[in-house]
Design a protein around this ligand. Sequence first.
Ligand code: AHR
Length: 515
Amino acid sequence: MPVATMLLDKNFTIGKTHPRLFGAFAEHLGRCIYGGLFEPGHPTADDRGFRGDVLALVRELGPTIIRYPGGNFVSGYNWEDGVGPVEERPRRLELAWMSTETNRFGTNEFIDWCRAAEVEPMLAVNLGTRNGDAARNLVEYCNHPSGTYWSDLRRAHGWERPHGVKFWCLGNEMDGPWQMEAKTATEYGRIATEAAKLMRLVDPSIELAACGSSSRRMSTFGAWEQTVLEHTFDHVDYISLHTYLNNYADDTAAFLASPDLMDSFIEEVVAIADAVAAKRRSSKRIMMSFDEWNVWYRTRRGTEARVKPGWPVAPPILEEIYSMKDALAFGGAVLALLNHADRVRCACLAQLVNAIAPIMTETGGSAWRQTIFFPFAQMSRYGRGHVLRTQLASPTYDTRYYDPQSGNDLYFPIQGVPYVKASAVYDPDRHALNLFVLNRHLEEEIALTVSARGFAELEVEQAEELRDDDLDAVNSKEQPDRIKPGRLDGISIAKDTVRMSLAPASWNVIRLHAE
Ligand code: AHR
């Protein structure tokens, strides 16, 4: 059996996980809002139309902050369409996903839904077809108490108290040619700066995220971040990162290695942000907002991703069905985020319900958990605390990851991929040391020895594994519990050393009581 070792020390930390690291994303896209969060008439819906079964699953999933209303959608959105009397709201052609937007759900409904779900709202403003003027009006509508046109309009609409939205995204993926009114880095840098200034004049307490590249494979990646931050550095707190892992090549080993490119991506953007700071002799540190991440490929290209003419309302698009294999790659992404807790202060799983989502619903029917639900719920529940530096020694493999739309660079070689990828989070208040461990070996069990220096009286509180002999197995309406975590047995502890055996192709979460 191959062996791996992990060394950690109670006092050697990377950083404390910020609660916003465990966020998600809800876009006006397919059935995410309509038929997902919001379905008046559904047997579990309340008088506002919020599906109770979805709310219960969201609470179990444990996201802390939700990004809204897009995504690509926001670049053509007039926020004023979604407030005020519902019967007066316009129906619009929605050009990002080629559907009809009824505007029955808008900003105020979203805030109410966030309160019901006990999550923080995050709003994105339209810097595609609109600019700083619409953005500052939205900040005034949401956050100003009263006595002005926009704040009094909110009150007249029935929301007396300000929404107090703290986290704002300055547009979405403005580097992407598919984006409505995409921009060059200089154009975007200027517009984002001016929008940020206006928004902060209205409410100085808000936090702002500038758009980074829409993926690491964009030909403008790097130069985009540099130029955008040269413009926005003094006006923003975060730069965004987006990644969707894929298995187009049907190469499981490469797919499971791909989260390591997220590690590289984060480190590269941090380096660029700090280089911009260095040129200014500034001690300010721009933080990373990884505000779209997930696995997504089956419904990404081809006919499903963009709806045919007919302009349907809430069509079932991007309804990716996640397999066991996808949950493993997803777990790898969780590890990349946890292990950069010092600089990734916000992250959003894209998305929440139905569209590339951990929660699926049937319109008028039931709701269930996809395979990726579990690593996220575990990350949110057990990832609170200090991420410890881990020194891993594991057998490795070399692979090539196929990532299309990258010009000539379709294959990314990844050398020396450790079969074991892991993260350790220590919460002194709860006396908890939580280990998150992925075994990427597809055939072999791996014997892992963890030396937890500085810890005494370690005891297993709970140990779970997510695995299945069939890596293509999925959950469905008919079999909602086909894939779910099971017990991981056989863990032994001697003083500060923990030994376990990791099943091939498995995601493991070991919770230790630790003093
Ligand atoms: O999450 C789906 C889409 O992916 C978002 O709308 C966009 O920002 C990204 O390209």
